[in-house]
Design a binder for this molecule. Structure first.
Ligand code: PEP
Length: 251
C-alpha cells in the first residue's frame, strides 16, 4: 500500500509573511487530510518559520534543493543538515528548472540523493522529458537515463525510501497537462525501470508523483490512475483553496 503524497513546490515565491499566511490557510482550511502525506516546499528563507508553525500539524516541510556536502566553504549553498536544522524532512532534487538554469546533471542529482538519504531527508527526485524529446519518441530513453544515473549505487531499501516525481517539462507552468493516459504510461515505464534495476519490491513500494500543471480541475482524474501516487504541484500550490482541493481529490 503506497500512501499518496501531495507536495507543493512554492519555488521562488512568498516572503516569510506570505509563506506563513499560505501555510495557515492550508492548515486551518483542512484540519485533517485523510490517508495522504502533505508536503510544502517554501523558499529556503521561510522554511524555519513555516516549520515552527507546523510543529503539531500533519503538513511536512521540504527544501527545494540541497548541496551534497554537509558543511564547508560553499558560498550560497544549503546542506541537508542545515535544511533539517530549519525543520525540513524532505527535499526536492533535480527539478527541471535546476537542471535547465543551474546546470544540474544526473551525476549531481545522484550525489544529492545520497546526501539526503544519509540524513534520512526524503528525496523527491524529479525526472521528465522536453517536448522535443517526446516528439522524437525518446521518453523512455530519457527517463531511463535520468533514473539509472540519478539512482546509481543505491540499495533497494534506499530506493523504497525516496519518491520519484515524473514531470514532463512541457507541462510545467504551461497550463498543458499530460493526458491521464500519457501520465499513466510513463509511470508504468518508470516502475518497470525500477523493477529491472532494483527488483519488484522496490518497484511496488516506490511512490511516483505526477507534476505538470496539476490543478483542481484535473487532479481527480490524474490522482485516480493506478500508478500515480500523488502530485508535485507548482502554481496551484500557491493558493490554499486550490491546494486543499487537490489534496481532497486523492481518492
Ligand atoms: C513544478 O514546478 O514542479 C510544477 C509541477 O509546476 P506547475 O504545477 O506550475 O506546472
Amino acid at each position: 500500500m503506497r500512501t499518496p503524497i501531495i507536495a507543493g513546490n512554492w519555488k521562488m515565491h512568498n516572503t516569510i509573511a506570505a509563506a506563513l499566511e499560505l501555510v495557515k490557510g492550508i492548515h486551518y482550511g483542512l484540519p485533517w487530510p485523510g490517508e495522504v502525506e502533505v508536503i510544502v516546499a517554501p523558499p529556503t528563507t521561510a522554511i524555519s518559520k513555516v516549520a515552527d508553525f507546523l510543529q503539531d500539524s500533519y503538513i511536512q516541510v521540504a527544501g527545494q534543493d540541497l548541496f551534497w556536502e554537509e558543511s564547508g566553504a560553499y558560498t550560497g549553498e544549503i546542506s541537508g543538515t542545515l535544511l533539517q536544522d530549519a525543520g525540513a524532512s524532505a527535499v526536492i532534487i533535480g527539478h527541471s528548472e535546476r537542471r535547465q538554469y543551474f546546470h544540474e546533471t544526473d551525476a549531481t542529482v545522484n550525489k544529492k540523493i545520497k546526501a539526503a538519504l544519509a540524513l534520512q531527508l526524503m528525496p523527491i527526485v524529479c525526472v521528465g522529458e522536453t517536448l522535443a524529446e517526446r516528439e522524437a519518441g525518446q521518453v523512455t530513453e530519457v527517463v531511463r537515463t535520468q533514473i539509472l544515473e540519478g539512482l546509481a549505487g543505491l540499495t533497494t531499501a534506499e530506493v523504497t525510501d525516496l519518491v520519484i516525481a515524473y514531470e514532463p517539462i512541457w507541462a510545467i507552468g504551461t497550463g498543458k497537462t499530460a493526458t491521464p493516459q500519457q501520465a499513466e504510461d510513463v509511470h508504468v515505464i518508470i516502475r518497470h525501470i525500477i523493477a529491472e534495476q532494483f527488483g519488484n519490491d522496490a518497484a511496488d513500494a516506490v511512490r511516483i508523483l505526477y507534476g505538470g500543471s496539476v490543478k483542481p480541475a484535473n487532479s481527480k482524474e490524474l490522482l485516480s490512475l493506478p500508478n500515480v501516487d500523488g502530485a508535485l504541484v507548482g502554481g496551484a500550490s500557491l493558493k490554499a483553496a486550490d491546494f486543499i482541493e487537490i489534496i481532497k481529490s486523492v481518492s
